[in-house]
Design a protein around this ligand. Structure first.
Ligand code: GUN
Ligand code: ZN
Length: 421
């Protein structure tokens, strides 16, 4: 919209969004802030990001996923056993999210309950929306030993985290900024019996709005190891037992190497994919087949997957998304329309988190999560935008989303509250 206006009411809701000329007089607030020639965008939703890996982007692991986990990630995550370090990581994580305009995130947690306490406390202090759960590991290589517990402890700690943090800020999941999740690291970090027990636990809390989050079919060696150790034909079957962990608040990261059966099950259960192209480039994981996956009706939202993804800024992830799918082989190649890229960065994430009625765009009635983007903070971006007819929304949006970098994000709001200084 070339000359738009956004009105936010005292409760932090969008009272009006639309043309400035039609801004109703009675909703015209006392303070009118003129951001021209800036842009207002919905806050970004990152559906897959690892908080204990805040200091780990661009770690050289000398190989793909399983090597990188053992050499870089498990040792780095073990350091959060120190509460002071965990607190520093949590504070840095929340600061960084504000810098890049990620107002909502599904956060893959630490194994350590004190680190999860630090994350939720810092998120609440910062005013961010956060869904998270401790990373559950009951089996793994030597490097993972400090992160492991037995199965009984895993279940107990997960139950305790849900009781302590799910909707802890308001007491009501329908209004809360904080939500809890059940998060086994991946099928290789837990046994079939642990997944069964987690399925029972999830069945007992899913009606209260608790989430399920894990990784799925990221890397071919991982897929082969899962099939071998769990004796399944399809990786997804490990999460889809008699007490299925799939559903409308279930989000699986990657899904690069899925079978048609798996895509159909995700579509019919309402399970979403957190698509992480930046991470898939870094670890050489392959490319999630965009056309095939979306044609099956699976909801696809973007995830940074920090730290395998080395970009926090969701538009940079959208930029990689555009490039990798344009580069898919032959008939699979596609040029994702700008509106779909924006959707994947915002409303698809809200949908994945079952928060579509509350956030994800600037519709009147939604909670006002938005960012102010000033292209003048960035060299050449104003000139590039000036080349485009201002009424050509598709082209303006494409250049803005592909070209914007962190310096252009000047203000960040969650539920009408300004988080930037
Ligand atoms: N699979 C299991 N753990 C991880 C992790 O930390 N990062 C990524 N990218 N994949 C995983
Ligand atoms: Zn991940």
């Amino acid at each position: 919209m070339p000359d738009g206006a956004l009105a936010v009411d005292g409760a932090g809701r969008v009272a009006y969004s639309g043309a400035y000329a039609q801004l109703p007089r009675d909703t015209a607030p006392a303070d009118i802030v003129d951001h021209r020639p800036g842009f207002l965008l919905p806050g970004f939703v990152d559906t897959h990001i690892h908080f204990p890996q805040t200091f780990c982007t661009d770690s050289f692991g000398g190989g793909q996923l399983l090597d990188w986990l053992q050499r870089c990630i498990f040792p780095a995550e073990a350091k959060l056993a120190d509460p002071a370090h965990a607190r520093r990581v949590a504070a840095a994580f929340c600061r960084r999210r504000i810098e890049v305009g990620t107002t909502t995130a599904l956060v893959f947690g630490s194994a350590f309950p004190h680190a999860q306490d630090a994350l939720f406390e810092e998120s609440l202090r910062a005013g961010l929306r956060t869904v998270s759960g401790r990373g559950i590991q009951t089996v793994g290589p030597d490097a993972a030993a400090p992160l492991l517990t037995d199965e009984g402890t895993a279940i107990t700690l997960t139950q305790q985290e849900i009781q302590r943090w799910h909707a802890a800020d308001t007491g009501d999941p329908a209004t809360a900024l904080l939500h809890a999740a059940v998060v086994p690291r991946f099928a290789l970090s837990v046994t079939s019996t642990t997944l069964h027990a987690l399925g029972e636990l999830y069945g007992s809390v899913r009606d209260t709005g608790v989430y399920f989050h894990s990784h799925l079919s990221e890397n071919l060696s991982e897929v082969a190891a899962v099939r071998e150790s769990h004796g399944v034909e399809h990786y997804l079957d490990t999460y889809d037992g008699p007490h299925s962990l799939l559903g409308r608040r279930s989000i699986l990261a990657h899904a690069v190497h899925c079978t048609d059966h798996e895509l159909s099950r995700m579509a019919e259960t309402g399970t979403s994919i957190a698509h992480c192209p930046t991470s898939q480039l870094f670890l050489g994981s392959g490319t999630m087949p965009w056309r095939r996956v979306t044609a099956r009706g699976v909801n696809v939202a973007l995830g940074s997957d920090v730290a395998a993804g080395d970009e926090w800024l969701i538009p940079r992830v959208a930029n990689d998304c555009f490039k990798v799918h344009m580069s898919e082989p032959a008939h699979a190649a596609c040029s994702i329309p700008p509106a779909e890229l924006l959707f994947a960065a915002t409303l698809a994430g809200a949908r994945a988190l079952d928060l579509e009625s509350r956030i994800g765009n600037l519709d009147a009635g939604k909670e006002a999560d938005f960012i102010v983007v000033d292209p003048q903070r960035q060299s050449l971006l104003p000139e590039r935008l000036a080349q485009i007819d201002a009424d050509d929304a598709e082209r303006v949006l494409f250049t803005l989303l592909m070209g914007m970098r962190e310096p252009s994000i000047v203000e960040v709001y969650v539920r009408g509250r300004r988080l930037t200084s």
